[in-house]
Design a protein around this ligand. Structure first.
Ligand code: ATP
Ligand code: MG
Length: 397
């Protein structure tokens, strides 16, 4: 018995009124790109989506679909002819597959083809009775069943399903516009990126790279992290900004306890330029209040001083433990904890200011025009398009 199609139920999207078709189209193209399998056809309807497998393996597709943001749940569906014996046989097989020990169930039939000789009541009865006789430890519970066997009788065929798999929820990546994600090699920023993607945001990732202080492996780590993020439905463009010269300049120019604040301000200015160039609307960081010196409210104010662009901090009120748990769940944790240092770890002063003053950092920066350095860094930025090809991805996981 092979699954013929998958029924996909939308999450919040169904409530989005006029934007709905934009959302469903986005989800459709996200799924298509992610599955990358010409056999699979997708038909987006107003309130649900059908994915026709045409011979593709349900298990393979399922593994990818569970991550796609915007999907509330999905069900694999089996197709039979209108022959009652065939329907009953398929029902029994599906129920056996769905059962994992004693369970209760009910049959729920929809009869779109009114010509079919049995009505829904008779069909429920016929199919339910057959399934009960063919299984042990199964009872009927019409009010609160462990699972429901759905049967849809249409003129061209009959469709059965017994399983509902939870999706990732949220909104389709890209449906809400674009943002620049400051992506370090750490634990937090990939999780922040995931959370925004889940709310429909397409990501332009920006990473500041300081060779030779940071190695190629540190950069590879960031590429791998950005690649994992593409599993959630969207492509990710990764901008690698050469940052060595600027970091060295800051260290010559600014008193040591203010270097971190200043570094972050320059990062923000560069990110804002890239945001403008790419048509993104906001900047996303992995900051969490009080986690480190740069993440006090005073620090964030001093850093944020360089731009009016909305800076979104989805992790601001989460604890490190929660972030780590999420990182495990989304598959970034093990990459993030690899020991290659990023540019900030290496240049971090022994005692950074935890309550920097905006006027002071402005004053320290006023002796040098950073603008040409910023422009040069943006010009020399390397762009990497993700996801990588399947084969490379498999090596990585
Ligand atoms: P993370 O785990 O994301 O590295 P963190 O706890 O180490 O965060 P910081 O190092 O203070 O905190 O960084 C705060 C935020 O600044 C990061 O979440 C990230 O968004 C951004 N950031 C830091 N370093 C870089 C970098 N090298 N390139 C791009 N963004 C960075
Ligand atoms: Mg970090």
């Amino acid at each position: 018995m092979n699954y013929d199609r998958i029924l996909i139920r939308y999450g919040e999207m169904s409530t989005k009124g006029r934007n709905r078709s934009k959302f469903t189209n986005k989800m459709k193209s996200n799924i298509k790109r992610l599955l990358n399998d010409d056999r699979v056809n997708i038909e987006a309807q107003r309130d649900r989506m059908f994915l026709y497998l045409n011979g593709a393996s349900f298990e393979d597709v399922k593994e990818k679909l569970v991550h796609v943001s915007g999907i509330q749940s999905f069900s694999p569906v089996v197709k039979t002819s209108q022959n009652l014996e065939e329907i009953k046989e398929a029902a029994l097989l599906l129920v056996k597959k769905a059962m994992d020990g004693p369970a209760s169930f009910k049959v729920s039939t929809r009869r779109a083809d009114k010509q079919f000789p049995l009505d829904t009541h008779e069909l429920n009865h016929e199919i339910g009775g057959y399934v009960l006789r063919g299984t042990e430890d199964l009872t009927v519970d019409v009010r609160n069943p462990d699972f429901t066997l759905t049967v849809e009788v249409r003129a061209e065929a009959v469709y059965l399903s017994s399983e509902t798999i939870a999706g990732a929820g949220g909104l389709p990546a890209g449906a809400a516009g674009k943002a620049v994600l400051l992506l370090s090699g750490g634990l937090d920023s990939p999780v922040a990126g995931y959370m925004m993607m889940k709310r429909g945001v397409e990501i332009e990732a920006v990473h500041f790279f300081s060779p030779p202080y940071t190695s190629e492996r540190a950069k590879q780590k960031v590429v791998d992290l950005a690649d994992v993020l593409t599993r959630y439905g969207g492509n990710v463009r990764l901008h690698i900004v050469p940052f060595t010269h600027i970091q060295e300049t800051i260290h010559k120019q600014v008193p040591e306890n203010y270097t971190m604040t200043s570094t972050r301000r320059i990062m923000m200015r560069i990110a804002d330029k890239i945001r403008q160039e790419t048509g993104a609307l906001a900047i996303v960081t992995g900051e969490s209040l009080g986690q480190v010196a740069s993440q006090t409210m005073e620090s964030m104010a001093a850093i944020n001083d360089v731009t009016n662009t909305p800076v979104l901090r989805p992790l601001i009120a989460t604890d490190k433990l929660e972030i780590m748990e999420m990182a495990r769940k989304i598959g970034t944790h093990d990459i993030s904890i690899l020991p290659f240092e990023d540019c900030c770890t290496i240049f971090t002063p022994a005692a950074p200011k935890t309550k920097p003053k905006t006027e002071k950092v402005q004053f320290f920066e006023s002796f040098l025009d950073f603008e040409p350095l910023i422009d040069q860094a943006v010009r020399e930025t390397e762009l990497i398009m993700l996801p990588k090809k399947e084969a490379e991805l498999d090596d990585l996981l």
